[in-house]
Design a protein around this ligand. Structure first.
Ligand SMILES: C[S@@+](CC[C@H](N)C(=O)[O-])C[C@H]1O[C@@H](n2cnc3c(N)ncnc32)[C@H](O)[C@@H]1O
Length: 240
């Protein structure tokens, strides 16, 4: 099960009609997701004519897409009016792969997310130290020539999942162990009964001081990591 199936599963279960994606790159996920209204934000996305024709014809929801060629910070600063028109139902956060920016993106989305909305944050469970290289971009991560580099890169986005678990008791946060780790974030006020995560004492953890070996030794508790078969349990619990 990959990110597209997870996103689509939630959209279908909740009958969501407004999807936002931060970091759309070549639009692989963005154009395959089926949702009535979709907003894509990325300062340097591309969408080839071939893909545009092929995917638009096979997924008609694409005709109402809105693209914003700008960073998420610029978007949230400039587009308040658009965002205030209607709340976001579901957001996929997959922009700059740093803890700082992914946290900022999640917090900004939360301002405009409907009460029972869902945020999915990609790259939350790096599988190796190289995969978790701290850098500002993929190019910078590659240039560091770290041992074990394969070209696949999550950065330190995982720290945002830990940060939210430690500091935001108003949120349910778990990470699905698939597709480099998908954090699923919802509000407890809407889904109180989902609060199953073991509250292993994460309090007092200084996120900035954590490194990859800390994650390796505490992966399950830090991330509230769930295997993919938990996804159906999660869907069953979402109110329609
Ligand atoms: C891993 S790619 C996204 C992949 C895409 N979500 C998918 O599933 O196919 C990351 C993208 O984030 C974009 N990005 C980097 N910094 C960003 C920012 N501050 N705001 C929005 N997008 C950003 C990059 O341009 C890049 O295209």
């Amino acid at each position: 099960m990959n990110r597209i199936q997870v996103i689509q599963g939630i959209i279908n279960r909740k009958n969501f009609t407004f999807y936002m994606e931060i970091g759309i790159f070549r639009c692989k996920t963005f154009i395959q997701v089926r949702c009535k209204k979709k907003i894509g934000v990325d300062p340097s996305y591309s969408l080839s004519l071939y893909k545009r024709i092929r995917w638009y014809l096979s997924n008609l929801t694409n005709f109402s897409n809105m693209f914003f060629k700008e960073t998420s910070d610029v978007f949230f600063n400039k587009r308040k009016q658009l965002l205030e028109q209607r709340p976001i139902d579901i957001a996929f956060v997959d922009g700059k792969h740093t803890h700082e920016q992914s946290l900022k993106d999640v917090l900004n989305v939360l301002k405009y997310l409907r009460d029972d909305g869902v945020i999915i944050m990609h790259d939350s469970n790096p599988s190796s130290k190289a995969h978790a290289t701290k850098a500002k971009s993929w190019e910078e991560a590659e240039s560091l020539e770290v041992e074990g580099w394969t070209g696949s890169w999550c950065g330190d986005v995982w720290k945002t999942a830990v940060y939210l678990r430690v500091n935001r008791k108003d949120l349910n946060v778990f990470v699905l162990n698939t597709d480099s780790g998908l954090s699923i974030i919802t509000r407890k006020s809407a889904y109180n009964y989902l609060d199953e995560d073991e509250q292993i004492s994460l309090s007092g953890i200084e996120i900035e001081k954590l490194n990859y070996s800390d994650l390796e030794s505490n992966r399950k508790s830090f991330l509230n990591l769930k295997e993919i078969n938990y996804f159906q349990t999660f869907l069953d619990k979402l109110k329609v």
